[in-house]
Design a protein. Structure first.
Length: 237
């Protein structure tokens, strides 16, 4: 009797089909996902921060842009100094606070301006009224490195003393100051206030009058913008 040969089990057609489908699926995944980390680079998606800003994100303000006060939660700071330059069109102001300190500000949409002199009705004004040489205090917020001003207040600079000399033609005034004298230029539109708040002119100011002179320093030159006559030191002139 011949020995019986062992039968070999053949895979069924359905098993072969499933194996082929598995290999195809794996190949498709590789094509979609790309190669593995080993021996090759993988493209990395851009960070979320580089995506197009959402409605809640705000573009950085630029110098000269019209910028509102950013947030009530930002700290309010202040800076005092002399105006170096003012550009109402670009809404930019540069202020020198000391020998080595200078800052440039953008004006916010609702920036409030307060001036000292009666030429500014109700003590309110606009950025067009700013002049180099004025002393100002600026309240501002800092947003991404940009200084945004929300309030500007002119600060007083004044001399008080007896009048030594008056030159109406050359628009100059000399005051006695601490054993010496201080000469000031007088602005063409300088306000002169006499006794009982009566308006006057430079011709109404005489030697020996005691006055308080409010001044500014355009180009470093003290210049009188308001002269208030307090009293007469000596009746003899």
């Amino acid at each position: 009797m011949n020995p019986t040969k062992p039968k070999t089990r053949l895979k069924s057609p359905s098993s072969l089909s499933l194996t082929a489908i598995g290999f195809c699926y794996f190949a498709i995944l590789l094509a979609i996902r790309g190669p593995s980390n080993s021996g090759s680079s993988i493209a990395v998606a851009a960070p979320v921060a580089d995506a197009v800003p959402s409605a809640s994100q705000t573009a950085l303000p630029t110098v000269g842009a019209i910028v509102p006060v950013v947030s009530n939660t930002l700290p309010e700071m202040s800076y005092t100094g002399i105006i170096v330059s003012a550009d109402p069109k670009e809404r930019v102001l540069t202020v020198k606070g000391g020998k080595f300190s200078e800052k440039t500000f953008n004006f916010g949409d609702n920036c409030v301006f307060t001036f000292l002199y009666s030429m500014m009705e109700n003590n309110d004004g606009a950025m067009n009224d700013l002049r180099p040489g004025e002393k100002v205090k600026i309240s501002y917020q800092k947003y991404h490195g940009v200084l945004i001003a929300d309030r500007l207040e002119q600060q007083p600079m004044a001399y008080t003393g007896g009048v030594a000399k008056v030159d109406v033609g050359n628009h100059t005034l000399v005051l006695h100051r601490g054993g010496g004298e201080r000469q000031l230029a007088v602005a063409n539109d300088c306000i002169v206030v006499l006794a009982n708040d009566k308006p006057g002119t430079l011709a109404d100011i005489h030697p020996n009058d005691r006055v308080t002179v409010s001044y500014e320093t355009p180009k470093g030159q003290p210049t009188a913008w308001q002269i208030t006559k307090e009293s007469v030191v000596s009746a003899a002139r």
